[in-house]
Design a protein around this ligand. Structure first.
Ligand SMILES: Nc1ncnc2c1ncn2[C@@H]1O[C@H](COP(=O)(O)OP(=O)(O)OP(=O)(O)O)[C@@H](O)[C@H]1O
Length: 249
């Protein structure tokens, strides 16, 4: 379980906190979508959960253990248990699809071995099996730079799966995709989430996708939680509070 207890994050030289006294918990099996306008603190929350950003105040507790007390090695271990998916994919364009997927082992292997493409046959077989799950088995040898945005994000999901994660964190993973492709990526994420019984936390701007796929929605505004409930409970009034303007639920 992931718990944020009274978590506040100030960036250096900022007068306003990026996260302000956040209290949230995330259970295994939850598919949580985080909504909020630009600057609300969504990325900061993901980075704080991933131990990339330290809380200025409060505690981040993973399975009962306080992140602040962890060694850098333990933090890295935690990151290797969390699969990250990004808006701009963060893939290596000139490498093949399969090689990019294998870089998901980066946290578990020696960095140079991972980068130089030194992977065992069993690791390659695993990458192939994962590529099949995300519908890219025919594209293993293709360079990533030749793929469409949706295909690139499937590679991003496959790379995260290579880590055998317990947690999936997405920072606007569909913001660069057209609506149909965005929906198919959410379908894939939800499918993988259910198959692996993950904890999934996705920042998203698209309210319709959040309402369709999330088991719970969190609304952030100015670093504060202003909605935390089921998709059905998110009314147009709730959305107006999150975004500060009238939106249709
Ligand atoms: N590295 C940083 N240094 C200083 N301030 C930062 C830094 N990163 C984010 N901030 C500030 O912290 C606040 C929260 O930013 P954050 O990126 O978490 O919001 P967000 O909801 O993810 O926004 P977006 O939807 O635009 O990605 C903003 O005011 C932002 O300007």
């Amino acid at each position: 379980m992931i718990e944020l207890n009274d978590v506040t994050v100030f960036y250096p030289k900022s007068e306003e906190p990026a996260l302000n006294n956040i209290n949230l918990s995330f259970d295994r099996g939850e598919f949580v979508c985080v909504l909020g306008p630009s600057g609300a603190g969504k990325s900061t929350m993901i980075r704080t959960i991933n131990a990339l950003q330290q809380a200025t105040d409060g505690k981040v507790i993973i399975d009962g253990s306080d992140i602040a007390e962890w060694s850098e090695w333990k933090r890295r271990q935690w990151r290797s248990r969390t699969g990250m998916i990004f808006q701009h994919f963060h893939l290596i364009p000139r490498l093949t699809v399969e090689h990019n997927v294998l870089t998901g082992l980066f946290g578990q292997k020696h960095g140079i071995a991972a980068f130089a493409g030194v992977f065992s046959q069993s690791e390659k077989n695993k990458a192939q099996a994962i590529l099949k799950q995300v519908g890219l088995e025919e594209m293993a040898d293709r360079r990533v730079e030749w793929l469409s945005g949706g295909q690139k994000q499937r590679v991003g999901v496959a790379r995260a799966l290579m880590q055998e994660p317990e947690v999936f964190l997405g920072d606007e993973p569909v913001a660069s995709l057209d609506p149909g492709t965005a929906r198919s990526i959410f379908q894939l994420l939800r499918e993988v989430h259910e198959r692996k019984n993950l904890t999934t936390i996705i920042n998203v701007h698209d309210v319709t996708l959040a309402k369709e796929f999330a088991t719970r929605i969190i609304g952030l505004s100015h670093g504060e939680v202003i909605f935390n409930g089921s998709p059905d409970d998110l009314t147009s009034i709730g959305l107006e509070t999150i975004y500060g303007k009238a939106l249709q639920a």
